[in-house]
Design a protein around this ligand. Structure first.
Ligand SMILES: [Zn+2]
Length: 540
């Protein structure tokens, strides 16, 4: 196959731009001008004329939760949509596409984006009367149900509400509104058909397809369910290369957890090795690293900070792991041969994790350790990332969406320069990996990359540009979503760029990306996605 007349962004510094390339046996075999590549045509060559649009390497999400996001892939995704009428038309369309009685799940609705009024079960009854519908809000604290879901779950005005939960009722009539808070959501757990609708394999398959639609050919999964991915692999539907992490807890038996992980990696490798498709498509699934968490998040004042929170100076969040124990855990994991990914959001959490990495250096040829989120970081620590060779794994939409709306309150203006410090990370020569943290923010990499170009928060109709000094260019964002992510894996020489000898993972966009594209990058769509030279998605 050859592709001609394209704006090819190779992400390969030896030849960053090209017009055309050739693919044979699943790999890139030549890259150059349209004339050079056309000269390679034989009778059997498939020719794609790109008509001038931009082609990029297959995108790799550096931080995602594929299975927990699955309900959005199989159900409805209302992320960032303010207008309730638009929610209802999306839900109506989903109901129309599903058989009668099939559950509609997903959600991520946020009534505060629009009129601030909670939605009602009657709204759902009007658009999805014959499909039980259960939609979680953006924080996962509220569930919005329709009448059919409530009836199937056997919930009545006399139902006992689990501790900590609440069923909202109309103050005048006493009737349930359809909103179930916190623990009250568990009342639905036994509803017929719900467990099957939440099935991990169905979800994994849908998440892979959704990723392909968005131009993703790879993802680092933070909370993997290997059985679900293996089932999808066996079906021949694993069209996304998954670099999976395993979460370990700070118990006494860390060694035991690591032993199980090694056994699991062997099991996965054996199954993958028996799969003929893998030989033809390159690496598809690997248990690659250990995941830990040192702190919480800004929203609940649970991220570990060097100085007090600006809006709640008395907050003193407890670390999820003590500093000494973190050092011990990192050293133990390194001894077992694994790289480590640690969730750290506050600047103090980041410092502690860097301390632990500094105390337990890895061999120069070992896979990089990484810190996830890094939402606030000191200037000194930005330097340490580079000195220690630690990757910063950051999710742009967290800055521009909800967090961006209150981060200034939490940390105050003085520390703002060091929040979501993508630009400083790159200026210091650090390894910056971009991702979504889906399903806490959109899976769409073009939205995430676009966010790095403008750094604007849009909440309640108000645009708040903040700290414009930390924006990236499109090419920098693209690197963070491709080769930088590949470099964190054992697949760095096999994927991540359009380079001769690599697997032919690439994405054809709907238009050419100009140097002044800016925010409009988020409006671009994917025309086709290829994995190892095979078309795995094409827009209708
Ligand atoms: Zn995450």
């Amino acid at each position: 196959m050859i592709v001609l007349n394209a704006d090819v962004r190779t992400v390969d510094s030896t030849q960053p731009r090209a017009e055309a390339f050739a693919v044979s046996a699943g790999k890139f075999t030549a890259i150059g001008s349209s004339a050079e590549i056309r000269a390679l045509v034989s009778e059997t060559t498939q020719i794609i004329d790109a008509a001038g649009v931009t082609i990029i390497p297959g995108l790799i999400d550096g931080h995602s939760h594929m299975i927990s996001g699955a309900s959005l892939a199989t159900g409805v995704d209302l992320t960032d949509i303010a207008d309730k009428q638009e929610w209802l038309s999306i839900i109506s369309a989903r109901a129309g596409a599903l058989p009668r009685g099939a559950w509609i799940l997903g959600g991520r609705w946020n009534h505060l984006l629009g009129d601030g009024v909670l939605p009602s079960k009657e709204m759902l009854d009007a658009v999805a009367p014959e499909n039980p519908t259960l939609l979680t809000d953006i924080d996962g604290h509220s569930l919005w149900a329709n009448s059919l879901a409530i009836r199937l779950a056997g919930i009545t005005s006399g139902s006992r509400v689990p501790a900590g939960g609440e069923i909202l009722v109309n103050k005048d009539t006493g009737a349930q509104t359809g909103i179930f808070l916190e623990g009250a959501a568990r009342l639905f757990d036994g509803a017929p058909g719900l467990a099957a609708a939440r099935d991990a394999v169905t979800g994994a398959r849908a998440a892979v397809q959704m990723g392909n639609r968005l131009g993703l050919t790879g993802a680092h999964d933070m909370s993997g369910n290997m059985d679900a991915f293996l089932t999808v692999l066996r079906e021949g539907n694993l069209t996304l290369r998954i670099w999976a992490g395993t979460f370990v807890t700070p118990t006494d038996d860390l060694a035991g957890q690591l032993d199980s992980m090694a056994v699991e990696r062997e099991r996965v490798r054996n199954i993958v090795a028996q799969d003929e498709r893998v030989a033809a498509m390159g690496p598809l699934l690997e248990v690659g690293y250990v995941k830990m968490m040192i702190d919480g998040v800004f929203s609940t004042h649970t991220a570990l900070m060097h100085a007090p929170y600006a809006d709640r100076p008395t907050a003193s969040p407890a670390p999820f792991i003590s500093k000494d124990h973190l050092d011990h855990m990192v050293a133990t994991v390194h001894d077992a041969g694994w790289p480590v990914a640690v969730h750290a959001i506050g600047d103090r959490g980041v410092s502690w994790v860097l301390d632990a990495f500094e105390a337990s250096p890895r061999a120069a040829d070992a896979l990089m350790d990484r810190i996830e989120h890094v939402e606030l970081v000191t200037a000194a620590d930005i330097k340490r990332f580079g000195q220690l060779g630690i990757a910063a794994s950051m999710q742009p939409h967290h800055a521009t969406c909800c967090v961006g709306d209150y981060v200034i309150d939490r940390i105050g203006p003085e520390r703002l320069d060091n929040a979501y410090a993508w630009r400083q990370m790159l200026d210091n020569g650090n390894h910056l990996v971009l991702g979504s943290d889906w399903s806490t923010s959109p899976f769409n990499p073009l939205i995430q990359m676009g966010d790095t170009l403008h750094r604007q928060t849009r909440m309640n109709g108000v645009v708040r540009p903040w700290d414009q000094g930390n924006t990236l260019t499109f090419d920098e964002a693209l690197y963070g979503y491709t080769q930088a992510a590949a470099d964190m894996t054992s697949w760095a020489d096999e994927i991540g760029s359009i380079s001769v000898g690599k697997w032919a993972d690439f994405v054809i966009l709907d238009q050419r990306i100009t140097d002044s594209a800016g925010r409009s990058i988020a409006d671009r769509t994917v025309t086709a996605t290829y994995l190892a030279g095979q078309e795995i998605y094409h827009s209708k």
